[in-house]
Write a protein that binds this ligand. Structure first.
Ligand code: SAM
Length: 283
């Protein structure tokens, strides 16, 4: 199991929980059928299941798919026990587990291939995922997998804002280099949020709701909540990789200053993102 990846995904959970838009979630809940068939692509450590239960979605089926076998093993191990501790009735079976009347499976697989083969899905979830793959392929996969009038919920979709505080003289150069490195990776799109919104507008279905869901990661009295200091250190690691070709002359100074501010409980990080809710065509 890749401990670094699972800890990173678990560490972002507290941030996701406070950042998702209540308005988009309410719109989703008002449009969802009573026993939804749910497909979560790029499900990571499967944190969406406790979230769905918290929102009252406790019947139907949930299928989580991720390309990383380590995070899927982690989800299978950790989620049933967590849900039991939270007071839910959980029954483990061969293919996964049932919690209340929701049947849950986690599996390893490619998200786009899974969407291509899936059909009659009432709700596709793709959290913090749309910036990792081609938007047009994702939307085509979503449309082919959805039941008529089915929903796609894409919260925490990155949209190209990376802010650190306090100010540093080369912040703009660092942000530009970081975003350029993301955009250079095949299929990735630093402005996935706005591009997904525009592609949805041109598609056959409707963009039902969209709202900002920026991560605001900040210390309180010098202390970061939950495991968010670890998460912020991982983000600095991503920026370090992006700066490794030396395009920003003062990149090393910037990183050293940010790491010191993190250690001192003085560093704030903001990522600009959107939650989107799309409804596929009725037929
Ligand atoms: C940023 S994480 C988000 C995970 C989860 N949705 C969450 O919000 O905690 C993106 C996840 O997508 C997975 N992933 C990336 N590309 C994928 C693909 N083509 N097929 C399936 N999973 C993929 C990664 O392994 C990772 O777990």
């Amino acid at each position: 199991m890749n401990h670094t990846e699972t800890r990173y995904l678990e560490a972002k959970r507290s941030l996701d929980d406070r950042s998702r838009s209540p308005r988009v979630r309410e719109r989703l809940l008002s449009a969802l059928p009573s026993e939804p068939r749910i497909l979560d692509v790029g499900c990571g450590t499967g944190t969406m299941v406790p979230g769905l239960l918290e929102w009252g979605i406790d019947t139907g089926t949930y299928r989580g798919v991720d390309g990383d076998a380590g995070v899927i093993d982690f989800a299978r191990d950790v989620r049933p026990a967590e849900l039991r501790r939270a007071g839910h009735g959980v029954t483990v079976c061969d293919r996964g587990f049932s919690v209340e009347d929701l049947s849950v499976t986690y599996e390893t697989g490619d998200a786009l291939g899974t969407l291509e083969r899936a059909e009659d899905v009432d709700l596709i979830v793709a959290q913090a995922f749309a910036d990792l793959v081609s938007i047009s392929e994702l939307l085509a996969g979503v449309e082919s997998a959805l039941a008529p009038g089915g929903l796609a919920y894409l919260p925490i979709t990155f949209d190209g804002g990376t802010i650190f505080q306090p100010d540093h003289p080369v912040d703009e150069e660092v942000e530009a280099a970081y975003h350029a490195a993301i955009d250079a990776e095949p299929g990735r799109d630093v402005h996935a949020g706005r591009h997904l919104a525009d592609a949805s507008r041109r598609a056959d279905g409707d963009l039902l709701a969209m709202a900002a869901s920026d991560w605001v990661l900040r210390p309180r009295d010098g202390i970061y909540p939950a495991d968010e200091a670890y998460f912020l250190d991982a983000i600095l690691g991503f920026v370090q990789t992006a700066l490794s070709d030396g395009t920003v002359a003062e990149g090393d100074d910037w990183l050293a200053a940010r790491r010191q501010q993190l250690a001192d409980g003085r560093l704030t990080y903001i990522a600009h993102q959107y939650d989107l809710l799309y409804r596929g065509p009725d037929s």
